[in-house]
Design a protein around this ligand. Sequence first.
Ligand code: PMV
Length: 351
Amino acid sequence: MNQFHSKLNVQDFKTEGKVSAKCSSNIALIKYWGKKDVQIPMNPSLSFTLNNSYTSSELIFKPKNSEEFLVNVYLDNQLNELFVPRIYTFFDRIEEFIPFLRNYEFDIITHNTFPHSSGIASSASGMGALALCLVEMEEKFGTNFTKEEKLKKASFLARLGSGSACRSLYPGLSVWGESEFVEGSSDLYAIPYPYEIHEIFRNFQDTILLIDEGQKKVSSSVGHKLMENHPYAKQRFSSANENLSKIIHAIEKGDLKEFGAIVEHEALSLHAMMFTSFPSFILMKPGTIAVIEKVRDFRAQTSANLYFTLDAGANVHLLYPENEKKLCMDYIENELKPFCAKGKVINDFSF
Ligand code: PMV
């Protein structure tokens, strides 16, 4: 038994009811790319949890007698069978820690605040919200959690659904993956960022440019797997660790230039891993490169602190401090929006 096993008695699972939860998406500054065993990251990662981009889910549970898992997913009020196999895999992994999954039929009613085809991964916020719902349920059945224990268990469970989801349980900055540079860090769950944060990073802005709305050619799980025999994997994992130690200092000192240099290095390193995998693949689009070049030109011409990062896709996240909002937003509106699919951008921020 570990701290995440439930002490509940299976005999008690007879009542029906519902629980609900909300969980935000996140954008990694130090990227997780490569895993081992069951969702154990090969390097630590650090992210900003967003504010406006979130999933809210309701979990309705009715007792049943059959042995198999039974889940129906409704995304924006439409039955959606696409997510169900992934949820069964998730249930298989977490059954050891949530003992009532086979006792109920579940309806998951879920909504994202961001458009479905926007290319923003809904897996982090979706799995985060579902994990929180299950912990809510456990609490309802009698487990006494402190707020901290509840979030820790939800983060632990969310990781088993989608690695990066475990960071979404905490607002602001969050760290996942054991690192000598972060006290209390763990491979099993994320923790709230434990160090000093310079006020320039409060309400940090993230404008997401939707460069491409199409389905990604290679999924994240395939990308993670390709790190297993990757010629540069070892260097990448140690570089991520080094970048984490450097960014901690930049965040404390309020050193935006250093912060931006590390964040951009991380984004390009992530995509460099894709370029050099066997087989190799490219998720950037011409618009991604064009925006990166323009952002760098803009910085060369002005003193603006506008930096880019990328997740595993073509879209660009533009990061800038709240006190440069007007300058950066004007530039985005006039110069960068033309590179977006149907001119779409999402304005978000992290506390
Ligand atoms: O959590 P996954 O398996 O979807 O992988 C996420 C990987 C990146 O978004 C590229 C990086 C990260 O740390 O979020």
